[in-house]
Write a protein that binds this ligand. Structure first.
Ligand SMILES: Nc1ncnc2c1ncn2[C@@H]1O[C@H](COP(=O)(O)OP(=O)(O)OP(=O)(O)O)[C@@H](O)[C@H]1O
Length: 250
């Protein structure tokens, strides 16, 4: 990405403690509109905590979150959602008794704060983008895992995000299912959304992301072009605890 582009989101010098030692330490990242930034790291390295700090679920102990040039560190999670930060969760946060449409209506009205007509237009567009129109009236609780993931993605999109945080959206899917989701997410980024994507499936991110950042024990230990980053000895050692073969990433 060019140095001239204004960051859609900048994470600046973030530290976070839950009362004990810092679980995040001096974490700085940024993503521009249209970019997919992947984040990987071993269990407990702080990935979900980082999303909590960006989305406003957790207050950082130090540092700032800047959305499109504006410091939003003091805004609540609800205010950040209205201002353009959308998020998916590892465990989908959908209402199982409601239909797909009703779930998206809740997101558009209460997440994005849209009036009825604008919410309806956004939902139709979102369903189309996620290739999900045929499931509009399905009950969320009866969806397959892939469709629950699609609904979780659509729910985040229905908050009209400038920045989309994806937390293991491909987890539990087959490679073929994940491929379809990657296509959708790539298309979303191409429409100008900045995507930050946490995933344990390294090969999925290595293909989908424009840049990859690696968290190790709460710090960014490497960041750069995905395949190059995955070949760094410290990444191999800290992330894998072993030497990945090139074909693991193909
Ligand atoms: N609410 C909390 N209270 C106290 N400690 C927490 C809390 N949430 C996370 N932690 C701790 O913070 C550290 C980072 O956890 P976090 O869930 O952010 O890592 P992660 O990289 O997302 O892990 P995983 O890949 O397993 O989801 C861990 O040591 C974890 O035990």
């Amino acid at each position: 990405m060019t140095g001239a582009a204004i960051s859609a989101i900048a994470v600046e010098g973030i530290a976070k403690s839950y009362g004990g030692p810092n679980v995040l330490e001096d974490v700085s990242l940024e993503a521009v509109a249209g970019e997919i930034l992947g984040i990987i790291g071993p269990n407990g390295s702080g990935k979900t905590t980082l999303f909590g700090v960006i989305s406003g679920a957790h207050a950082p102990s130090a540092g700032r979150i800047v959305l499109q040039g504006r410091d939003i560190t003091d805004l609540s999670a609800a205010e950040r959602a209205k201002n353009g930060i959308g998020r998916t969760f590892q465990v989908p946060q959908t209402f199982s008794q409601m239909s797909v449409y009703e779930n998206l209506l809740v997101a558009a009205k209460f997440g994005a704060g849209l009036p009825d007509h604008a919410a309806e237009v956004l939902i139709r567009e979102t369903l189309d983008l996620c290739d999900f129109t045929h499931r509009t009236d399905a009950q969320a609780g009866e969806l397959s895992l892939l469709d629950r993931k699609r609904l979780e993605l659509a729910r985040a999109l229905a908050t009209k995000p400038a920045v989309l945080l994806l937390d293991e959206i491909a987890g539990g899917l087959t490679d073929k299912e994940a491929e379809g989701l990657v296509e959708t997410i790539t298309a979303l980024a191409a429409r100008g959304i900045a995507v930050i994507w946490i995933e344990h499936l390294v090969h999925v991110l290595a293909h989908a992301a424009h840049r990859l950042a690696v968290l190790g024990e709460g710090r960014i230990i490497a960041a750069g072009q995905p395949h190059e980053t995955m070949q760094l000895p410290k990444v191999r050692q800290i992330y894998f605890g072993m030497e990945p073969e090139q074909h693991d990433l193909d």
